[in-house]
Design a protein around this ligand. Sequence first.
Ligand SMILES: Nc1ncnc2c1ncn2[C@@H]1O[C@H](COP(=O)(O)OP(=O)(O)OP(=O)(O)O)[C@@H](O)[C@H]1O
Ligand SMILES: [Mg+2]
Length: 279
Amino acid sequence: MKKDGKVVSFINMKGGVGKTTLCIGIGEYLAHYLNKRVLFIDLDPQFNTTQSLMNLFELEDEYMTNYSVKNKTVRRLFESPTTVSEMPKLPEKEDVIIDLDYNISIIAGTINLIFDDNNKSTSASRRVKKFIEENALRNEYDYIFIDCPPTISLYTDSALIASDYYLVPVKVDRYSILGIKLLDQVIERLKFDETLNIKPLGIVYTMLDNTITQKTKKIMETLESSEIVNKIGLFETKTFFVRDLMVGLGGNIASRYNSSRIDIEALCSEFMKEVEKNE
Ligand SMILES: Nc1ncnc2c1ncn2[C@@H]1O[C@H](COP(=O)(O)OP(=O)(O)OP(=O)(O)O)[C@@H](O)[C@H]1O
Ligand SMILES: [Mg+2]
């Protein structure tokens, strides 16, 4: 049966807020517990999503000796012709999509993305969208999750242009509002040149302490009363700091540990309801 997949960017202009961990945590849970088909696209030159999933599927060597060397990576989407007479061409699906199991696929990231960020061709930022559309990927996957870098770059533009929704992981600290404001500016600026169809799904608190102190509460209240947070919305589900996500033998996969599984289960349920509500 044809699917009606949704493209979702995990994005914040602030680093280290849990974008990658939530992207993988939600995607893996949807795939392995709720039987959804999920395609990850790793648009971050740090390629943490790729490393983590290669680790989960014991494909780290394969990544180094095969996918990376043969450039079976997202970088293929950004290739430009090297002669004037050559037409720009998108890769075939098989050239870039790696099926990890029946429900999880990935377009792997690569550190080499750093070399393309200065690609100034205006079409470059539309390549991800074009690739998804030309290959009718929404018919094959329930969700296409894009892990974004925390920077203003060709890749964040590409992700936003390609997405139906964006989700903003936020770690509560005194600078948390800045990354959200900056993200909003990036989206507004992009709207000037591009047709964007992207809608906010909401902000998700990440790495909260189990006991939320008065000081933390105060920052949360300030955040929640800001115009920008009201515009984007806020998930009811909060996610907590679980040390194993950093150091555990199960890697940074939320479903692997009891306490993060509870968070991710609740979050997936709210996430799917939010998407449904917007359709
Ligand atoms: N709920 C959590 N509990 C404990 N540690 C977490 C949790 N979520 C994320 N972390 C850890 O915090 C760090 C940053 O998380 P993550 O890499 O997901 O953030 P990011 O926003 O993707 O960062 P970047 O901007 O560098 O891409 C990582 O070391 C990760 O393991
Ligand atoms: Mg990341």
